[in-house]
Design a protein around this ligand. Structure first.
Ligand code: KIV
Ligand code: ZN
Length: 390
């Protein structure tokens, strides 16, 4: 597969790794609705489901294939012929279809999941890729639990599946085990030790068990991976997957560190797609979640509010408009200073002299001590019931 060396491919798995979380299940029309939003967002690949797992998943891959023509539609399989055949059938309407097949690569998986040996697992991996190639040109191979796999064995496996025709090789940190420098070293090792590595794109797929999914994915990209597997809001198995919006904003904010690498993501859609996914999948976003959390652009302490109002860049590395929010939020609390209060009063039409502001500020602190959210109505009432000097 020809690929653009300056492009960082965004592979969204919200509808597969994200959707398999208990309580997050979606109907086929709901998946299509989110799929259309993902396409608008600019992702390159939508992992649409695991077709052999249920008739619903199968149907979703069919419908997503019919409705999304501007992205690659990917279907997941295990390394067996039936899974692959069913996935290929489900992709029959896809303009560009990809089969994502794979098998465990760590000794833990080989021994306790498959009760097998390294050599036999490697044979199964190669056979799966060869079989998938009989249906589609674009075959991605995942080496499950690569994060804990022996590097030398992993390199042999990756070299063999590329020789069998894999166009993308996914190196999942399935259990969110690695530290960023270890994960980067693994990708680097593969780049240096897999003879045919340039014939495939290296993909990173990280889970968040230690809160390192995004850091590991970014470390992998810096080490040479060119596809990131991620989900909206970072939803996914257990502690979740790498968060799409974090990866996209990191590459934007730190573009110099990424050697001109670009994604097609339109970050202005983050707020709306995040809210849609959270509500349709019944998975609220934690308020302090980077980029899309309710407080991600809310300044609440007096020192920060004052600094922010003097110059946004004192406390803002991303403009809220860039992620689809109207403006940053200066929250009035008992820790807010006069500057923040003045800002809010002016916003609702009150221009107070310094001495009047001091009086209102005293009353504001009394009110804010007992009330968490100070609203515009509270402020109006405060000014209207205060005897001012001017
Ligand atoms: O985490 C994982 O290893 C996966 C694979 C199936 C790609 O989700
Ligand atoms: Zn996963």
């Amino acid at each position: 597969m020809l690929h653009d060396p300056n492009h960082l491919y965004i592979f969204d798995t919200t509808l597969r790794d994200g959707e398999q979380v208990p309580g997050c299940q979606l109907s086929t029309p709901e998946k299509v609705e989110i799929g259309i939003e993902l396409q608008r967002l600019g992702v390159d690949i939508v992992e649409a489901g695991f077709p052999v797992s249920s008739p619903g998943d199968y149907q979703s891959v069919v419908e997503l294939s019919k409705n999304l023509q501007d992205v690659i539609i990917c279907a997941l399989t295990r390394a067996n012929e039936n899974d692959i055949k069913v996935a290929a059938e489900s992709l029959q309407y896809a303009k560009r279809g990809r089969i994502h097949t794979g098998i465990g690569s760590s000794d833990t998986h080989i021994q306790y999941k498959f009760n097998s040996t390294r050599d036999k697992i490697l044979e199964r991996a190669v056979a799966a890729v060869k079989y998938a190639k009989t249906f589609v040109e674009d075959v991605e191979f995942y080496a499950e639990d690569a994060g804990r796999a022996d590097d030398e064995y992993l390199a042999r496996m990756i070299e063999a599946v590329i020789a069998a025709g894999a166009t993308v090789v996914n190196i999942p940190d399935t259990n969110g085990y690695c530290l960023p420098h270890q994960y980067a070293a693994k990708i680097q090792y593969l780049k240096e030790n897999v003879k045919n590595i340039d014939q495939a794109i290296i993909s990173v797929h990280c889970h968040n068990d230690l809160g390192l999914a995004t850091a590991n994915s970014i470390a992998g990209v810096i080490a040479g991976a060119r596809q990131v597997e991620c989900t909206i809001n970072g939803i996914g198995e257990r502690a979740g997957n790498t968060s799409l919006e974090e990866v996209a904003m990191i590459t934007q904010v730190h573009h110099n560190a990424f050697d001109g690498l670009k994604t097609n993501i339109n970050s202005k859609q983050f707020t709306s797609i995040s809210r849609k996914v959270a509500s349709m999948m019944h998975m609220p976003v934690q308020p302090n979640k980077a980029i899309v959390g309710r407080n991600a652009f809310a300044h609440s302490s007096g020192i920060h509010q004052d600094g922010f109002l003097k110059h946004r860049e004192n406390y803002e590395i991303i403009k809220p408009e860039d992620v689809g929010l109207d403006e940053a939020d200066i929250i009035l609390t008992a820790r807010s200073g006069r500057h923040a209060l003045k800002h809010h009063l002016e916003r609702i039409g009150f221009q107070l002299e310094k001495s009047d502001l001091d009086i209102v500020y005293g009353k504001f602190l009394d009110l804010a001590d007992g009330k968490k959210n100070i609203t515009d109505d509270d402020l109006t009432q405060l000014v209207n019931t205060t005897t001012l000097n001017a």
